[in-house]
Write a protein of this length. Structure first.
Length: 179
C-alpha cells in the first residue's frame, strides 16, 4: 500500500489577486509588477505588446473591428489597449468616408485586405490569448517572499561553501565563582 505524503507545514490558503489581474489585462505585464515580480512583468509586457504592435503594423488599425469581425475581436479584446485601437479605427473609418474633398484624393486611411489582414489578425489575436494566460497566472499567484527573488530560484540563494572547513568555535572562559 503506498504511503501518503506527509502533511505540509504551510497553511493551504488560496490567494486571489483580482486587482492585479485587471491591471494585467489593462497593461500587459503590470499585474506581475504589482505582485513584486518586476522582471517577469517587463518581459511579458514587452513580448505581448510587440506581438500586438506587429499585428497593427502589418494590417493597420482596421484589423481590430468590433462591428464587422466580432469573433476575432473577442480574442483581441483580451488586451485592454484593443478597445482604444478599436475606437481610433472607427474614427478613421468614419473620417475616410466623409472627408473626401475630391473623388480622386487619397483617403486618410486605407484598410488592409488579403493575406496581410489575415496575418495581422493572427498576430493580434495571439497577443490577446497570450495576455489571457498572463492574467490567469496573475489571478492565482502568490507574491514572492522578497521582491525580485523567487522562492525556489537557486541563483537567489546565498552561496554556502559545502566543502570548506568550518572554523573551530572559540572557547569561552569559565565564569568566576562567587566566594
Amino acid at each position: 500500500m503506498p504511503r501518503s505524503a506527509p502533511p505540509s507545514t504551510e497553511p493551504a490558503t488560496d490567494q486571489w489577486n483580482p486587482v492585479a489581474a485587471v491591471a494585467a489585462w489593462a497593461v500587459p505585464g503590470l499585474g506581475h509588477a504589482l505582485l513584486g515580480d518586476v522582471r517577469r512583468g517587463v518581459a511579458l509586457g514587452l513580448v505581448i505588446s510587440a506581438v500586438f504592435a506587429a499585428g497593427l503594423w502589418v494590417g493597420g488599425p482596421d484589423v481590430v473591428d468590433s462591428q464587422r469581425h466580432r469573433l476575432t475581436f473577442l480574442g483581441q479584446a483580451l488586451i485592454g489597449p484593443t478597445l482604444i485601437v478599436d475606437r481610433w479605427a472607427d474614427g478613421l473609418r468614419a473620417r475616410s468616408a466623409t472627408d473626401r474633398p475630391m473623388p480622386d484624393a487619397d483617403p486618410p486611411y486605407s484598410p488592409a485586405f488579403g493575406r496581410s489582414r489575415e496575418v495581422a489578425v493572427l498576430y493580434t489575436v495571439s497577443a490577446g490569448l497570450l495576455n489571457l494566460l498572463v492574467v490567469l497566472d496573475v489571478l492565482h499567484r502568490r507574491a514572492p517572499a522578497r521582491p525580485g527573488r523567487r522562492k525556489n530560484d537557486p541563483s537567489s540563494r546565498e552561496a554556502e561553501p559545502t566543502d570548506a572547513p568550518r572554523p573551530a568555535p572559540t572557547p569561552t572562559p569559565p565564569a568566576p565563582r562567587p566566594s
